[in-house]
Design a protein around this ligand. Structure first.
Ligand code: HEM
Length: 550
């Protein structure tokens, strides 16, 4: 008798699994209905078994939820799951929650790498998620006939239901249409027009560091403030003064504090619906969004004579039939600031950390810059400096600013997608793991884990500078198709040329006038240990003693 009465919540739990599997509902009301109301509605059936209604309700609920959880687990581990043939840790195959928790510790890139070493080139890192680490997956996944963005962005932008910023647009048509507007701000002419603006900020940075000659400064912090001020100028015409005020208003801190939660929610996008209702958690996200909206309003009201990025995003030239709304531009301005500063500043910090750990490379770069005698504004000549470009590339190879790259998914509601011989059904997420890919000895050898700018130089230069490393050509692999720090395809980094220009200008200006050495007592190893990957990076301190060169 007891068994037969329990059959109802048991069967309902299995049906509920079917509903979740088919419809993947995200809205709170659906969850309440499926997880609370349906099981509770079975209370009367169980009343004969219990002394009171509360026990009957709890029993109905427990049986229902236990059945649901068991059914989901069995299915995900079964050979009937479409990703069953791909290896991965048991806990990852059962739920993405495990991977999200690992990521919250900030070391997901190391975990990805370990998983690839253990399980091979394709790993199932979630019930419906695969990580690839070979270059042949890049084009089919992210190229012109590749896949659109994955649900990760739904989690990252829960507040942007309307007017979502470019990076989070999952519909490929919307993305392509809006990318056209953005790309007007990144033509060769557009980037050239930003040069004076960057030059002014580079001067300000070098001036600030020069004033501190003989002292210890946290170079990473200065790069953070610098890159942030640059992007504010670019996005909103004028902007913050983090370098001048040393982030007295705590804006940088505000951005930093949101990162771990953002990554967690990115991995578990269905959580977004809930956490935005928790004021304490949502505060850091909303504050930054309000800040961006305020800046847009101000820039819109005050105008500017300059053709900054805002000019293009706002379509001030009137090229679009329907100009973007202020909310849209605020969201995009916010994106520009985060995308442009949270990438350039860690790359600059990593570059100087690597140079300081490798004095020969530091000296070679300094010699090249001294010999070239170029001004900070001569960007055409800077592009011709082989060692500088090699050092920047090598930094982005070892530490791409998005260590884990970006995710893609088959078109929602479509027929799935093939990555070579691998079929990804609708609802699957996939990525090519940049950190693992770029440190793989099959792509970069010898010494794939070593900072070796020379690997980017000509063969003659390699023979001249590092004959013992490059002498045996059978050991040399340099596969540039496996170098994707800016991602790949129609949704790759739109700011890549601007970023490289900004970094070249900054390195040259600094190295012409200043010299650094690690502050006494600084543990070099702590730098990598403190670097955390929350989709974008958070960095520890980089204390250096500044010396004037001239
Ligand atoms: C070292 C510097 C930088 C690196 C390594 C970098 C890397 C990336 C990567 C990996 C993506 C993801 C693309 C994807 O989803 O596949 C991206 C997107 C993007 N980046 Fe950058 N980025 C850098 C600097 C910049 C700068 C200076 C800007 C200027 C605003 C910028 C603007 C953007 C935008 C708007 C997107 C979204 C593009 C789209 O979805 O179409 N980035 N970046």
């Amino acid at each position: 008798m007891m068994d037969s009465l329990l059959l109802a919540p048991l069967a309902a739990g299995i049906i509920c699994h079917g509903v979740y599997n088919k419809l993947e509902p995200r809205q709170l009301l659906w969850h309440v209905a499926l997880l609370v109301l349906v099981p509770l509605s079975m209370t009367p059936l169980l009343l004969p078994l219990f002394s009171n209604v509360i026990w009957a309700a709890l029993a109905a609920w427990a049986v229902y939820l236990a059945t649901l959880a068991t059914s989901i687990t069995i299915y995900r581990l079964s050979p009937f799951h479409p990703l069953a043939k791909y290896p991965g840790p048991l806990l990852c195959r059962i739920s993405k929650i495990y991977f999200a928790c690992v990521s919250f510790g900030g070391k997901q890139h190391i975990y990805y790498q370990q998983l690839h070493l253990r399980y091979g080139d394709i790993v199932r890192i979630g019930p419906n998620e695969l990580s690839f680490c070979t270059p042949d997956a890049i084009a089919p996944m992210m190229g012109a006939s590749g896949m659109p963005k994955a649900a990760f962005w739904d989690g990252l932008f829960p507040l942007q239901k309307e007017n979502r910023s470019l990076v989070g647009l999952r519909n490929p048509h919307d993305h392509a249409r809006y990318r056209r507007i953005w790309s007007r701000g990144f033509t060769a002419e557009g980037i050239k027009s930003y040069k004076p603006l960057i030059e002014r900020r580079v001067d300000q940075l070098v001036e600030n560091l020069t004033q501190r000659a003989g002292q210890t400064v946290d170079l990473a912090q200065w790069f953070n403030w610098f890159a942030y001020d640059v992007m504010n100028d670019l996005a909103f015409g004028s902007g913050t003064e983090l370098m001048q005020n040393e982030d007295a208003g705590g804006l940088w801190h505000l951005m930093e504090s949101a990162k771990p939660t953002a990554l967690l929610i990115g991995h578990l996008p269905w959580l977004a619906e809930y956490y935005i209702h928790i004021p304490a958690v949502a505060k850091s996200f909303t504050s930054f969004a309000y800040f961006a909206l305020e800046r847009v309003r101000q820039r819109y009201t005050e105008g500017t004579a300059r053709r900054d990025l805002f000019y293009h995003l706002m379509d001030e030239a009137g090229l679009e039939e329907t100009p973007p709304s202020l909310d849209q531009v605020a969201n995009d301005g916010e994106l520009a600031i985060v995308a442009g500063s949270d990438t350039v500043s860690p790359t600059l910090s990593n570059l100087f950390w690597l140079l300081l750990c490798n004095p020969i490379a530091y000296a070679r770069l300094e010699d090249e810059i001294d010999a070239a005698k170029i001004s900070v504004g001569d960007v055409a000549a800077q592009a011709q400096l082989p060692y500088l470009n090699a050092a920047i590339n090598e930094t982005m190879r070892l530490f791409p600013a998005l260590l884990s790259g970006s995710t893609r998914a088959p078109l929602v509601g479509g027929d799935g997608h093939w990555i070579g011989p691998h079929f990804l059904p609708d609802g699957t997420t996939a990525n090519v793991h940049t950190y693992t890919l770029q440190r793989d000895k099959r792509n970069f050898s010898p010494l794939p884990e070593k900072f070796l700018p020379e690997r980017w130089l000509s063969r003659e230069q390699q023979d001249l500078l590092e004959p013992s490393i490059f002498g045996d050509r059978t050991q040399v692999v340099h596969n540039t198709t496996a170098f994707v720090p800016f991602s790949y395809g129609p949704a790759d980094c739109i700011g890549k040329r601007l970023a490289v220009q900004e970094m070249r200008m900054t390195v040259i200006a600094i190295m012409q006038r200043l010299k650094f050495c690690f502050a006494d007592g600084f543990d070099q190893g702590s730098w990598e240990a403190e670097m955390c990957n929350y989709f974008v990076l958070t960095m520890g301190r980089l204390p250096v003693i500044v010396t004037r060169r001239v």
